[in-house]
Design a protein. Structure first.
Length: 462
C-alpha cells in the first residue's frame, strides 16, 4: 500500500476501429474501467469522428463520470481515454484529460501519462511566445509544442515536441484519421499494442489488463522512443532517431500495475512473488502466519509463504468500493479513509505471531495505523516486511515524492522506523535482492539508489 504519493500516475487507452460506423468510445470506456487503479481523481474520453473531436470528462471514477447515457450519441471510430490522479495541475475538472485543441493541423486530442522535469521552462518559453494556457498541467505544453511546430505534418510536430520535452511521458494522440502512441526514450512508463477480435481494429493501452477487458490480443510493447501511428493503412512505426535505453519505473512492477498485467514481457504478479521469496531468504522469522497489506502486497506475501513454509492467511480485508488511500489529495482524508478501507479477520490475528508484507514503506503513516489495528485485534507479534528497498530519494518522472525530507527512511533510523510503526521488527528487500529479481532488464530505481536516468533540472528539485 504505497501511501502518500504526491504526483501524477495515470492510465491511458486508445482504440481505432476499422469500421467507421463503430463507436470506439464504448470500448475505451471498458478499457478505462480496467485501468481505474491507475487514477481515480478524474476520467475522460475524446472521440474522433472523421476528424472532428468531441470531449467528455469530469472528476470522479469512470462509472461516475460516464453515468447513464453519457456515451449515447458519442460517435467516432477513434477514441482515446484517460484516468488520472494528480498534483501536477490543480486537480480541477479543467485539468482533467484528454486535452483537445483546434490548430493549423486540425482538431487534435491528447492524453498523457507521466511528468516532465522541464515543465516550468517550457511553459515560460511558450508564454513568452504568446501561448495562452487554459490548464496548469504540463500536458498542455506538450499539446502546444505539437501544434506549434506541426506545419510540416503531425509526425514533424511530435518529433519536435520530443526533442524539447524532458522527463517521463506516454502520449496518446488522435488527429484526422489517426491514432498515435508515443513512449519516451527511456520507456519510464509502459504502453502496449493490441488487436481487437477478428482484426477489427487496434488498441493502445498502459497495461495488458486493458486489452483483456476488450478481448484484444496482445501484439507487442511500444519500445522506448518509438512513435506508433495507426490509420487506414494499418500500423506504422517510426523508430527513434537517437539511442534509447529502457529504464522502466520499478514502481510499475512493485505497486502501480495490476498483478494480472504483463509489462515489457514481465509478469507483474511473478515479479512481486519473487520479491517475497527473496525476503524470506533474507531474514527468517519464527511466526504463525504470513499476511499481506492488500492488494499490492498479496503476491509478495504468497511468495514469502512459499519460500518460508509459514502458511499464508488473510487478516486484512479491503473494502473494494474505496480507492487507494494515497490517491486522496489531503492527508486528513487519507487517514480517515484507512478507518473504513480495511477490516480484520480476528480469528486469524488474535494471539498469532504475524509476518506482515507490504509493497513498500514511503512515509509509514498508513502502515502505522494498520499495525495498530492488528495490535488491537490481539496480534502477539508483528514483523513488517517491505517488498522493496528503502525509498530514500525523490522521483520526478510521474510517481513523485518531491520532498525528500518527508520520506521515513530519510527521517529515521531502522530502529526508529520500527518504533514508529509499532512493529517488533522491520525488514526491507535489499537492493541486491531487487537487482536479482529485475535480472537483465533495465529499470529506473532512482527512488532507492539516487541514480536518475537523466539529469534533473534544479527547478524540478525545488
Amino acid at each position: 500500500m504505497l501511501e502518500d504519493k504526491l504526483h501524477e500516475e495515470c492510465g491511458v487507452i486508445g482504440v481505432y476501429c476499422n469500421d467507421e460506423g463503430k463507436n470506439a468510445s464504448h470500448l475505451v470506456y471498458y478499457g478505462l474501467y480496467a485501468l481505474q487503479h491507475r487514477g481515480q481523481e478524474s476520467a475522460g474520453i475524446a472521440a474522433n469522428h472523421q476528424g472532428t473531436m468531441e470531449l467528455r470528462k469530469g472528476l470522479g471514477l469512470v462509472g461516475e463520470v460516464f453515468r447513464g447515457d453519457a456515451l449515447k450519441n458519442f460517435p467516432g471510430s477513434i477514441a482515446i481515454g484517460h484516468v488520472r490522479y494528480s498534483t501536477a495541475g490543480d486537480g480541477s475538472e479543467r485539468s482533467a484529460q484528454p486535452l483537445a485543441a483546434s490548430c493549423r493541423l486540425g482538431e487534435i486530442a491528447l492524453a498523457h501519462n507521466g511528468n516532465l522535469v522541464n515543465a516550468d521552462s517550457l511553459r515560460e518559453m511558450l508564454t513568452d511566445e504568446g501561448v495562452i494556457f487554459h490548464t496548469t498541467t504540463d500536458s498542455e505544453s506538450i499539446l502546444n509544442l505539437i501544434c506549434q511546430h506541426g506545419t510540416r505534418g503531425i509526425e514533424a510536430g511530435i518529433k519536435n515536441a520530443m526533442s524539447l520535452i524532458k522527463g517521463a511521458y506516454v502520449l496518446l494522440i488522435t488527429i484526422w484519421d489517426k491514432l498515435i502512441g508515443v513512449r519516451d526514450p527511456y520507456g519510464l512508463h509502459p504502453l502496449c499494442i493490441g488487436r481487437l477480435p477478428e482484426n477489427s481494429g487496434w488498441v493502445l493501452a498502459s497495461e495488458t489488463c486493458a486489452l483483456e477487458a476488450l478481448d484484444a490480443d496482445f501484439v507487442r510493447d511500444v519500445t522506448p522512443g518509438e512513435i506508433v501511428i495507426i490509420d487506414r493503412e494499418g500500423l506504422h512505426s517510426i523508430e527513434p532517431s537517437r539511442w534509447c535505453r529502457k529504464n522502466l519505473c520499478v514502481f510499475e512492477m512493485v505497486y502501480f500495475a495490476r498483478p494480472d498485467s504483463v509489462v515489457d514481457g514481465v509478469s507483474v504478479y511473478e515479479f512481486r512473488r519473487r520479491c517475497g521469496m527473496k525476503l524470506a531468504g533474507q531474514k527468517k522469522i519464527d511466526a504463525d502466519v504470513v499476511m499481506a497489506v492488500p492488494d499490492s502486497g498479496i503476491p509478495a506475501a504468497i511468495g514469502y509463504a512459499e519460500a518460508s513454509g509459514i502458511p499464508y492467511g488473510e487478516g486484512l480485508i479491503k473494502n473494494k468500493y474505496m480507492g487507494r488511500t494515497f490517491i486522496l489529495p489531503d492527508q486528513a482524508l487519507r487517514e480517515d479513509a484507512v478507518r473504513i478501507k480495511l477490516a480484520t479477520i480476528r480469528h486469524n490475528i488474535e494471539g498469532k505471531r504475524l509476518i506482515l508484507i507490504d509493497d513498500s514503506i514511503v512515509r509509514g503513516t498508513t502502515l502505522r495505523r494498520i499495525v495498530r489495528l492488528l495490535r488491537d485485534e490481539g496480534a502477539k507479534e508483528i514483523h513488517v516486511f517491505a517488498a522493496s528497498p528503502e525509498v530514500r530519494y525523490s522521483c520526478y518522472f510521474g510517481i513523485d515524492t518531491p520532498h525528500r525530507e518527508k520520506l521515513i527512511a530519510v527521517q529515521k533510523s531502522p530502529e526508529e522506523i520500527c518504533e514508529y510503526l509499532g512493529a517488533d521488527s522491520v525488514t526491507y528487500l535489499s537492493e541486491d535482492s531487487l537487482r536479482e529479481v529485475c535480472g537483465e532488464d533495465s529499470y529506473c530505481k532512482a527512488c532507492f539508489d539516487g541514480n536518475y536516468p537523466m539529469e534533473v533540472p534544479v527547478s524540478a528539485l525545488a
